[in-house]
Design a binder for this molecule. Structure first.
Ligand code: NCD
Length: 331
């Protein structure tokens, strides 16, 4: 899938730091559950204008000059942390990484005390990943900085949800009316939860597909359809987002074997052939080739996996800008 011709709104040459789109007035980004359709659209539109910055030979804009962004990661991350760091640097912010395993947390300091100490050094935005659901929400009540949730346990991962929405909107030109299946470990996936909120608010039909042990029926209450056989729903899907089995969050084996899981749920070339011609395949990564999707599908023409990574940078620039990018002279 190409990212060359965005289907979104016109892209201003230089995002103007003094005038963020009007629907956005929030200090924190904690989840997509609490955002309105207008707020989500405002982030996506702002991301489109920052995507243009990524295509320039000089990729920096001064929107966050003099601001300090701290990455507080209490869980592993490759894409998300790097993407936030690069996004902050492209906005000319100073970025500091904090890694829990080499911090005073291991000497008994509490999460909140650590954050307060970081704030005492000067900090405008904290990007927080934590294994406990609600940890970023808690922090938002104890520090002055803006908090961005970069993944809280199995709860939400809002910037991943936003970058998935951006990738779908760019490829399909819209989200309203599309049928999107989230396939795999819905129960333990924060990506699933952020996708569900975002997609439903923007008017998509959402199918949650996986083994009964990994797809709670209770999610039907949110307005989703639940299916246990991918082959039954495949032909109706415009987009399939394949989610990783979150083995690290499962307390016990929730399906007989990986081979059996792949037999029923892996995206293969054969399944792609049975689907719509313009099927879009997403995966948040890290991908496990041969478990959720075959290498041919991951690298094939329906896959937008690397477009997601590209769009993730623009989405994170947009979020950092909307939360922390007030022009200093305007204060
Ligand atoms: C996801 C996460 O950490 O929740 N990855 C990511 O942020 N790109 C999904 C996953 O780990 O499977």
């Amino acid at each position: 899938m190409s990212t060359a011709t965005p289907a979104g709104p016109a892209t201003p040459a230089d995002p103007d730091p003094a005038s963020p789109p009007s629907p956005w007035t929030r200090k924190h980004l904690l989840g997509l559950e609490e955002l309105s359709r207008e707020e989500i659209t405002a982030v996506l539109d702002t991301a489109e204008s920052f995507s243009e910055v990524s295509n320039r030979s000089r990729k920096k804009v001064p929107a966050l000059q003099g601001r300090i962004v701290f990455n507080l990661f209490f869980e592993n991350s490759t894409r998300t942390r790097t993407s936030f760091s690069l996004a902050a640097k492209r906005l000319s912010a100073d970025v500091q990484d904090f890694t829990a395993s080499v911090s005073s947390i291991s000497k008994g300091e509490t999460f909140i005390d650590t954050a307060r100490n970081i704030e005492a050094m000067g900090c405008d935005v904290m990007v927080v990943r934590h294994p406990t659901p609600g940890a970023p929400h808690l922090l938002s009540q104890h520090v002055q900085s803006s908090i961005i949730n970069a993944g809280d346990g199995a709860h939400e991962h809002p910037t991943q949800g936003l970058l998935d929405l951006m990738t779908i909107r760019r490829a399909k030109g819209k989200i309203e009316g599309l049928t999107v299946a989230l396939v795999g470990d819905i129960a333990h996936s924060r990506v699933a939860r952020s996708n569900i909120w975002g997609l439903l608010k923007l008017g998509a039909r959402v199918i949650l597909c996986g083994p009964p042990t990994l797809v709670p029926r209770s999610l039907e209450r949110l307005g989703c359809e639940v299916a246990h056989r991918l082959d039954d729903v495949l032909h109706r899907c415009d987009v399939i987002n394949v989610l990783r089995i979150q083995f690290e969050r499962q307390q016990r084996a929730l399906f007989p074997s990986v081979a059996e899981y792949s037999h029923f749920y892996m995206m293969t070339q054969e399944r792609v052939r049975k689907a719509k011609d313009d099927l879009l395949i997403l995966a948040p990564g890290p991908i496990n080739r041969g478990v959720e999707l075959t290498p041919e599908v991951a690298d094939g023409k329906h896959s937008a996996i690397l477009d997601q990574v590209h769009n993730g940078l623009a989405v994170r620039m947009a979020v950092l800008y909307l939360l922390g990018g007030k022009a200093p002279e305007a204060e």
